[in-house]
Ligand binder design. Structure first.
Ligand SMILES: Nc1ncnc2c1ncn2[C@@H]1O[C@H](COP(=O)(O)OP(=O)(O)OP(=O)(O)O)[C@@H](O)[C@H]1O
Length: 574
């Protein structure tokens, strides 16, 4: 048993300035860890905050969060600590066979996710006779061209005949349509008793699914958030469903899986009974979750191309209006030249505007606000539900996206400046916090009111002239309204971070890049995610060099999920 290392208290590494990292460092010392372990555990906390599930102790990745690679003696020293396990017994920390340091929970999440996925791959599903399956498929796809939808049919066949389908593809490649057809085919095959559930990580994405599916025709429960499906209790921060209390569902479809973090995906997979057909779908090229892991990317990379792969990647872009398709492909491939090719053309779906300093930023924001004012002009003076619906729709025509939330190029500042223009144009009295015409975005889930992080609302008076916040109702085509004082935490929706915009689409999008090409938050996935929010036009505000630097950096998160899946699948075949 090691003793408390008092001398180490004076040796806090200078770069561990974050209070949480310092707390973790002190905790490790207080629990018998030595100075080296305390320093590495603090860096593991830093790695986790950056989305990595572990910290590399050796090799080229060891300096990723400010440390240096350890030699074999130092590794031995860490492994001897009672705080460390190799995974064989429970301990606060794990060092795996690849010399990566984990918090126990992240190590366990990866183990359980890979076990569950491999189990799903190896379990035979209840199969309908292949003739009835083919007949159901023919009927579900009766109206479409087999030359274009062969991958969509393959996906439906996979989902109905196996336990797991991973469905990925860019915007407009038909993911939603495919699962719509899957539901139809499943109903034909198994009748009304089949329990079908649809979920997505955010309320916004779930709401969008509800608008796209013909739920009534197919008797599907309304799409809900994954947290709600799993019975998340905000008071205890625990899920009701899991291994002990599995979900009751025969076919579960989860969209936008790239946004799920390791812990939530683990709970979800543990809560799915062995007989359920599970569809995990999303665009693997998009940004990863805001917390830990890059689950969809890891799963697709590990399983795509293996014999009998559960991955179907849709590739054909179907949206006829999508002049932006070459732009999306160029962003996905990190090709800055192809991305901006033709951007000078007035009629091109993409334009690039310089935005290197605060003066240019203000000019861009000013122009954007004028467009917004024009866009909203007919809708801000009304009252009641119908006018609120028009206003909500008008707000959804164009959206400004920012890489960051804070700072002079962040969403908060941009929103503030745009709102100042709106206040001027609409002659809002100084000092008025909420005003008619304003758009807000909910920042925290409020289960009691059914409002969720990411929900967009507009403020407009009701027919008794009381200002209320109006939101789309995911269960109907009506709006719901709330007194402004009853709203959960919210902020202006004039500008959103790219992260917050995931799961939404808008006809026109502008992306404000920060001027610093070295900014660590810039990545290819970030640009891709931002641009693919647009259906018709995108403007990029920023320097070409910054755009080039962002596209050149495909961010990858450090973790063991991909390797585990590869190993376990090989063992299964082997
Ligand atoms: N096989 C097909 N034949 C004809 N039209 C199709 C086909 N597949 C998809 N579409 C059409 O293409 C458009 C985009 O499809 P869908 O919304 O399913 O794509 P998606 O991958 O879910 O896109 P996003 O992620 O942007 O929502 C829809 O209008 C859909 O009806």
């Amino acid at each position: 048993m090691s003793r408390f290392d008092f001398a180490a208290l004076n040796r806090l590494p200078a770069d561990l300035s974050d209070p949480f990292e310092q707390a973790v460092w002190r905790w490790t010392l207080a629990h018998g860890g030595d100075a080296l372990l305390a320093e590495r555990v603090a860096r593991t906390a830093r790695a986790e905050a950056a989305g990595d599930s572990c910290l590399a102790l050796t090799g080229a990745q060891a300096s990723r969060h400010g440390g240096t690679a350890l030699d074999s003696q130092q590794l031995q020293q860490l492994r001897r600590s009672s705080l460390i396990s190799d995974g064989g017994h429970i301990a606060p920390l794990v060092i795996d066979a690849r010399q990566r340091l984990y918090f126990w929970r992240n190590w366990r999440h990866e183990q359980r996710i890979s076990e569950q996925i491999v189990q799903a791959l190896s379990t035979a599903a209840d199969q309908a006779a292949s003739e009835s399956l083919e007949a159901a498929l023919q009927q579900a796809f009766a109206d479409s061209d087999p030359a274009l939808d062969s991958l969509q049919r393959k996906a439906v066949r996979q989902a109905l005949s196996r336990r797991l389908l991973i469905l990925t593809g860019g915007p407009g490649t038909g993911k939603t349509r495919t699962v719509g057809r899957l539901i139809e085919a499943a109903r034909r095959l198994h009748g009304e008793t089949l329990q079908i559930h649809v979920a997505a990580p955010t309320g916004k994405a779930a709401q969008r699914l509800n608008m796209l599916f013909d739920r009534d025709a197919n008797n599907v429960t309304a799409a809900q958030t994954v947290h709600r499906l799993l019975g998340f209790d905000p008071d205890t921060q625990r899920f009701r469903h899991g291994r002990e209390l599995p979900l009751k569902t025969d076919l579960l479809i989860v969209d936008e899986v790239s946004m799920l973090d390791l812990g939530t995906l683990r709970t979800l997979l543990e809560a799915v009974p062995p007989s359920t057909h599970l569809v995990l779908m999303g665009d693997a090229e998009q940004l990863q979750s805001v917390t830990t892991g890059s689950v969809l990317d890891d799963i697709v990379q590990a399983l795509e191309g293996i014999p009998d792969s559960p991955v179907v990647r849709l590739q054909h872009g179907f949206r006829s209006e999508h002049g932006l398709l070459p732009v999306f492909i160029a962003a996905q491939q990190g090709d800055a030249k192809a991305l901006t090719r033709g951007a000078d053309d007035l009629f091109a779906p993409i334009s690039l505007r310089s935005c290197a300093d605060l003066t240019q930023r203000d000019q861009r924001l000013h122009d954007w606000a004028l467009q917004l004012i024009d866009q909203l002009s007919g809708a801000v003076t009304g009252q009641g539900e119908q006018d609120a619906a028009r206003l909500l729709q008008a707000w959804q025509q164009q959206q400004l996206l920012c890489v960051l939330n804070e700072g002079p190029f962040g969403a908060s500042e941009a929103a503030l400046r745009i709102e100042a223009r709106l206040r001027e144009a609409w002659r809002v009295l100084p000092g008025t916090a909420s005003f008619a015409g304003q758009a807000i975005m909910v920042r925290r889930n409020d289960y009691a009111r059914g409002l969720f992080n990411g929900d967009l609302g507009v403020l407009l008076p009701d027919t008794s002239s009381r200002l209320r916040a109006w939101f789309a109702d995911p269960m109907s085509s009506r709006l719901r309204s709330f007194a402004t004082g009853d709203l959960p935490e919210h902020a202006s929706a004039c500008a959103l971070t790219v992260h917050k915009s995931q799961g939404s689409e808008f006809p026109r999008v502008a992306l404000l890049l920060p001027p610093d090409a070295e900014s660590r938050v810039l990545s290819r996935q970030l640009v891709y995610t931002a641009l693919t929010r647009a259906r018709q036009r995108v403007e990029i505000w920023g320097d070409e060099a910054v755009l080039g630097a962002a596209l050149a950096r495909r961010s990858s998160r450090l973790g063991g999920l991909r390797d585990l899946l590869v190993q376990r699948c090989a063992a299964l075949r082997g």
